[in-house]
Write a protein that binds this ligand. Structure first.
Ligand SMILES: [Zn+2]
Length: 341
């Protein structure tokens, strides 16, 4: 044992003391390496084995292995207790007060126009109408021609159309859905078609995009009286049982007879306010009996079938319901305003 610098027993005793003295994790790692590492004192003993007699080599080897296992176990034990102590210390430092009010979480909500649209769909489904959709980028043919609005027709100017390219427009109304839906189907038909429409309009009172709901019914013996009945039921559903409707004779190329539709201002109960321009009435949309030529354009025999159609602004209903004076407010990205609605 002449070359042995230290006995295994004394190294183990030293290691036990060093591990017990290590009072944080870095100190423990360092202490463990000092005895068990490649350059540690037990490894130094192992390097002397080559010079020993076989019997002594076995004895010393076993002693070193036993000591190494015990020191390893001790280091692991010490690590667990030091880690537990660190968790305790962290908890003590960052004590959590569960009685403090939490940060409110932000909840998303449906836009008022989306709510109006869903409400309208639900109402008309109780009358047996189903919901149809059409593309917002529409063929000029469906947006105008099939609705009896040829290229030289003055009604086309009133639509302030956005052209995507020749022959293709952003639809200016939801009426092309009528054509798409009626073509290739036979009556009786009952549909509503809610959706966004686009008109080039620089007025600050208007929005270049707004939502319309189009409704139409084709059946034997459908009459203007049926149309009024449906519109009254709808208006009362949206604005309450006191609402009055006014039908003003008008002209649309795709209906005959045609009427423009106003409702009595719910905000001022017809005493006159800014929203109704002091008239007591608010324009809502247009309606009429579907022109026989439009039915023919869709392959429906106008001798046998009659139909009515109506189209109105969806925002108007949302504005009345939520007391919103200007349509543009609905489409500006002002969450503070929308939150109030
Ligand atoms: Zn008013």
């Amino acid at each position: 044992m002449a070359g042995t610098p230290q006995s295994v027993e004394s190294i183990e005793a030293e290691a036990r003391a060093a591990l017990a003295a290590a009072d944080d994790l870095p100190a423990l790692v360092e202490a463990r390496a000092r005895f068990l590492g490649r350059k540690g004192s037990l490894s130094a003993i192992l390097r002397t084995l080559g010079s020993l007699e076989p019997q002594a080599r076995v004895t010393l080897g076993e002693a070193v292995n036993g000591a190494r296992d015990r020191i390893e176990a001790l280091a692991a034990e010490r690590r667990i207790s030091l880690e537990a102590r660190r968790v305790e210390a962290d908890l003590a430092r960052g004590r959590l007060d569960v009685t403090l009010p939490g940060a409110p979480s932000l909840r998303g909500r449906l836009h008022p126009v989306t709510r109006a649209e869903r409400d309208i769909e639900a109402f008309f489904s109780t009358l047996g109408f189903s919901v149809e959709e059409g593309p917002e980028v529409e063929l000029e043919r469906y947006n105008f021609d099939a609705l009896e609005i040829p290229a030289d027709h003055p009604a086309r100017d009133a639509h302030d159309t956005f052209y995507v390219r020749p022959g293709v427009v952003l639809r200016t109304h939801t009426s092309p859905v009528q054509i798409r839906t009626m073509s290739g189907r036979q009556p009786p038909l009952r549909f509503i078609a809610p959706g966004r429409v686009y008109r080039h309009d620089a007025s600050p009172r208007h929005s270049p995009m707004f939502s319309q709901v189009e409704g139409f019914l084709v059946d034997e013996g459908a009459s203007f009286a049926d149309l009024k009945g449906v519109l009254y039921a709808f208006a009362r559903h949206v604005m309450g049982s006191d609402v009055k409707l006014r039908f003003r004779a008008s002209f649309f190329p795709f209906t005959e007879p045609s009427a423009e539709l106003d409702f009595s201002c719910v905000l001022c109960e017809q005493r006159g306010c800014a929203t109704c321009s002091r008239t007591g009435w608010i324009e809502w949309g247009g309606c009429g009996m579907i022109h026989p030529r439009v039915l023919e354009n869709c392959g429906i025999d106008p001798e046998r079938w009659q139909g009515f159609a109506f189209g109105m602004g969806m925002e108007r209903a949302a504005m009345m319901r939520h007391n919103i004076p200007q349509i543009r407010l609905l489409y500006e990205p002002d969450v503070r305003f929308l939150e109030q609605v």
